[in-house]
Every structure is written in structure tokens, then in C-alpha cells.
Design a protein around this ligand. Structure first.
Ligand code: GTP
Ligand code: MG
Length: 335
């Protein structure tokens, strides 16, 4: 494996700004899609409220965090206070209600890590996963969306990285590679540590948004419209940032000792988190701290085989960005 640090970015890197932006534009969903999602959410909420009048539905994940490509499935959280019934019972009841209303492919997965009901809406064609009381996911969705408002380069970079990860087969958590959520956190961290910084650390600022969820206090500065100029001192182009992102993960990140932490806007040590050795199934081979559930390493899915796959892919991408005559094509070639 070529671990040699690239000395300097190729001088012609900006030639690829327009093509990378074109790829980004082609992935961004059209406005009509949002409207359809809202419509489906409203009709689902009506159904749900017949059984549970005070329950509410929230969108989370990529359909609500600004990092969703077009035609993706939507993630919905059913917030319900009746704590005396268990989640499986709620899910089974929910599946029954949805089926009776002619929604398609209704399936309750009560034994999954995050238990859900799956369904497809025949009217809009949208597929949807509904989970119960996963309020932290709703809050981290807002955090990601708020970061996306600060500097447009985050959204551009994250779309390109997610697209790369899907094409290269390294966005499959059950195969030991990373979730989309993990990739977006990697992008935020990367832009926080850029010099000059392109993103601030919202959790390190005066809290204007505070909620407590499952005993975890989630607090950060969310008046992001005031931060629109934050990254202005850094004029790096998207092509340069894609280059630097892969250089960072291929050559600069200290896999043995470092934990990336969007919460603190910096790197913290594995030692400080006691993430130096394998505990249960958590091997901590690449460490990505969840911004709110700080004991949670989003790299926990990565095993001793998939870490090599990942690092080889980062190397490949870094080399393409440095040397390839047509990086916008080669980068996304299917594996
Ligand atoms: P795509 O569906 O691939 O476009 O991306 P996505 O943004 O929907 O990401 P993903 O399916 O990985 O996760 C959906 C949402 O679940 C994320 O936005 C998070 O809010 C939440 N989530 C996913 N994984 C975790 C996790 O390990 N911990 C926590 N707390 N939340 C998670
Ligand atoms: Mg999703």
C-alpha cells in the first residue's frame, strides 16, 4: 500500500470544479420530491393518529438532513408516549394499520438492531422505514442540516463522498464499511479542521438549542444563518477539497490513536475514550465519535478485513485525485 504523503496538490486541480459540481447537481433531489414526502408523511400521521391520537411523526436521516440524493427511501420516526406497551407490539399494531390502508410491502422487522416497519406508498412510489421513539436520530438529523446551512461546500463534498462510497461498495454497514451518517460526520470534521476552518464547532459555542433525549443533553448553537460568512476566509474549491479529503483519510489520519470528534471540533485520543482495545464487537479500528451519544463509535462496524478495504479505497481515491487524467470518471468507477 502506498502510504506516502502526497507532497502538494496537483496544480491543475481546479479544472475539475465544474465537472464535480455537475455531478453534485445531478444528485440533488428536485423540489417536487420534498412535497411528495411531506404529503406521504401527513397521510401516515392521519392514519397513526386514529390509533394513537397524540403520536407524532418526524422525518429523519437523509430525507431531512440535506444530504439525501433523489429517489431515496425516507426514514420516519414515530414518537409515542405510551411507554407501557413495548416497541414490538407497537410495530406489529402499526403494520396492521398500514396494511389495512392498502400500503404495499408492509413488513414489521421487530428483531432488527433498530426495529422498524417497512412500507411502500403506491401513490408516490416512496419507500419508507418507520421506527419508534428514536428521537436522538431526529436531533442528529437537525445538527447535520444546520451544519449544511453554514457553508455550501459541506453539502457538495458530502454528496460526492457518499456517491463515491456507494459506487465503490464501501457504504454497507453489514459488510463492515461505514454508514452514510458516518461519512457525513467525516466531512464535517474535515471541514472543521481545515486551515482556515470552513465549519465551526456548533457544540462548542453558546447553546441556543437544548433538548434532553434519553438522559443525553443535546445542546448547540443553532442560529446558523448568522454563520454564513464563517468559511469565507478559506477559498478552497470543491475539487481541492475532494482531493484533500481523500489525502486526509489516506495519509494524514492517525488510525492507531485518533478519534474524530465533531462535538469538540477536533481530534481526541483513543486513550482518553478508552477505545484502545476491542471490547465485545467494538474494535475501534477507525474511530468516529457520535456527536451526542459520545460512547458510540460509528466505526464500530469496521472489522480487521474491512478496515483494509476502506483504507485501500481512500488510497485509491487519493491517487486518482492526484494523478488521474479524468478523476471525475475514474473516482466513481464501480468496483
Ligand atoms: P442514505 O439513506 O444512505 O442516503 O443516508 P442517511 O442519511 O439516511 O443515513 P443512514 O441510513 O446511515 O442513517 C439514517 C439516520 O439514522 C442518520 O441520519 C442518523 O440520524 C441515524 N443514524 C444512523 N446510524 C446511526 C448510529 O449509529 N447512531 C445514531 N445515533 N444515529 C444513527
Ligand atoms: Mg436513510
Amino acid at each position: 500500500r502506498n502510504r506516502k504523503r502526497l507532497v502538494d496538490c496537483r496544480s491543475d486541480i481546479d479544472r475539475w470544479n465544474a465537472p464535480f459540481l455537475a455531478i453534485y447537481e445531478s444528485l440533488v433531489p428536485a423540489e417536487e420530491e420534498k412535497a411528495k414526502q411531506k404529503q406521504l408523511l401527513a397521510s401516515l400521521e392521519k392514519l397513526v393518529n386514529k390509533e394513537w391520537p397524540r403520536a407524532q411523526l418526524y422525518l429523519y436521516g437523509s430525507c431531512a438532513n440535506a444530504f439525501g440524493v433523489s429517489n431515496s427511501d425516507i426514514d420516519v420516526c414515530l414518537a409515542i408516549e405510551d411507554t407501557d406497551i413495548n416497541k414490538s407490539e407497537i410495530l406489529l399494531k402499526l403494520a396492521e394499520i398500514l396494511q389495512a390502508d392498502n400500503l404495499q410491502d408492509v413488513q414489521a422487522l421487530t428483531r432488527a438492531r433498530v426495529p422498524i416497519v417497512k412500507l411502500k406508498d403506491p401513490v408516490t412510489g416512496i419507500s419508507c422505514d418507520i421506527c419508534i421513539n428514536n428521537v436522538l436520530a431526529v436531533v442528529n438529523t437537525k445538527l447535520l442540516r444546520d451544519y449544511a446551512e453554514i457553508d455550501g461546500r459541506l453539502r457538495e463534498l458530502a454528496f460526492i463522498v457518499k456517491h463515491w462510497a456507494k459506487k465503490r461498495g464501501v457504504n454497507v454497514t453489514y459488510q463492515g464499511t461505514l454508514s452514510s451518517y458516518a461519512y457525513v460526520l467525516m466531512c464535517i470534521h474535515f471541514l472543521q479542521q481545515r486551515k482556515p476552518a470552513i465549519l465551526p464547532c456548533l457544540q462548542g459555542m453558546e447553546a441556543t438549542y437544548v433538548v434532553t433525549v434519553d438522559d443525553i443533553e443535546c445542546a448547540y448553537f443553532d442560529q446558523v444563518q448568522k454563520l454564513r460568512e464563517f468559511g469565507a476566509k478559506n477559498t478552497e474549491s470543491i475539487a481541492k477539497l475532494v482531493w484533500a479529503f481523500f489525502d486526509y483519510w489516506a495519509h494524514l489520519h492517525d488510525y492507531a490513536n485518533a478519534v474524530i470528534s465533531v462535538r469538540t471540533g477536533s481530534i481526541i485520543s483513543k486513550r482518553a475514550k478508552e477505545w484502545t482495545r476491542r471490547i465485545g464487537n467494538d474494535r475501534h479500528l477507525i474511530c468516529i465519535e457520535d456527536p451526542f451519544e459520545t460512547s458510540h463509535d460509528l466505526g464500530r462496524v469496521v472489522d480487521k478485513y474491512s478496515i483494509n478495504t476502506l483504507r485501500e479505497e481512500f488510497d485509491r481515491a487519493a491517487n486518482i485525485m492526484q494523478y488521474d487524467p479524468d478523476p471525475c470518471v475514474t473516482l466513481f468507477e464501480p468496483y
